[in-house]
Design a protein around this ligand. Sequence first.
Ligand SMILES: [Zn+2]
Length: 371
Amino acid sequence: MTKEEYQRRIQDVKAKAHGRWPELLLHLGLDARMISKRACMPCPFCAKGTDRFQFTDKYGDGSYFCRKCGGGDGFKLAQQMTGMDFHTLLLAIESYLGMNPLAAQARSPRSSQDGLKDILRIWNEACAVTADDVVGRYLASRGLVLPAYPSALRFHPKLTYYSKDGNGRSRPVADYPAMVACLRDAEGNVFAIQRTYLPDGRKLSGADAKKSLGRGISGVPVQLYEPTEELAVSEGIEKSLAVHLATGKPTWAMLGAGNFEKLWIPDTVTRVSIYADNDADGDFTGQACAFALARRLKREEKEGMRREVRVFVPKFPGVDWSDIWLRRWQAEMERSQAAPQQVQCQPPRPRPRHAEPRATERKRAEMMELA
Ligand SMILES: [Zn+2]
C-alpha cells in the first residue's frame, strides 16, 4: 500500500467513524464516565489536575479538550488511552466498523487502466491448470500432486519474459510457459497477478523467475483455498500448496515475507497458523515477519477478536515447508517402489480434507519429524 493509499484508508475510516466515536471509544475500553457523561476529569495526557480534561466530541470527531495541554481528535484520545500504535488502532476501528482494508485498496487507483488491461489480458489468456500441462508437471516435480488445482492458479502457454537493458528499459527476451496466480480485491475482481516463468518445465533460474504485475498488492494474498474457521499462511505459492497437502488446512500465499504483517484476515477465522521459512542461515527475515503477524493478531485480541495463533518454523536453517514436503514425498515414493507387490503408478494422494482428525494430527507430526 502506497503512502497515498494509506492516507485514503485513514480518511475512509474517519468518514465512517464520524458521529460514532462515543460507542467506538467505549468499545475500545475507555471509561464510560468519561465518554457518556462527558465528565470533567484529570487529564490522561498531562496526567495532572482534577477537572481540566473533558471529552467533548465536538463536530462528531471524538475530540477532547484539556485546559492545560490542549485538544485532539478521537484517534489521539484512543491511542493515549489504549496504548495501541496507530496502525493497530486503525485496524481495530476498521474491524469494529465492519470495514475491509482490501476494499479500500480496491477503490484506490492501484493499476493504471493500461496496466489493468494487461493484467486481465494475461489472466484471460491463461487457462485452468491440469496435471498434464507445464504447471501441473512443474508442481508434481516438487511433490505437489493435487486432486484439483486452485482456481487462483492458471497456466499460460506462452508469456513474454522481459528483462531490463543497460538503460533500464524493458526488452522482451523470450516467450515461456508460466504459472499465473491472481490477486482479487474485496469484490472478487482480479486486480494483480504473479507470474512464475517455467522454461523447460522448470522455474527460470535467477532472481526474476517470479514477477508480479499490478499495484496495491502489499498485504494481499493469493487465496488458494477458502478459509473456514481456520487459515494457514505461508510465503510462496509452492510452500502454501505443500502446507495444504501436509495438513489439509486452507492456505493463502503471501508472495513474500514482507507482506505478512499487513495481511487482513476475515473475522470468521479463529485459528491462524503461520508457516514461516527458517532463515536462520540469513537474516531471520522469515521468522521475523511471521512473528510480526502473530504479534499483531494477538494485539488485536484487545479489541475482542479472540484468535488462536501458531507459528511453525522448520527445525533447520535454510529450510522451508516445500523442502520438507518434497523430502517426505520422495521418501513415500521410494517406499512405494520398494514394495513390488503393490502396483502403484500414482504418487501418494493427499488425504481428503475431511480425514479424521487423528490422521491429520499424525500427518502433521510426521511433517514435524522431517523438519
Ligand atoms: Zn492535559
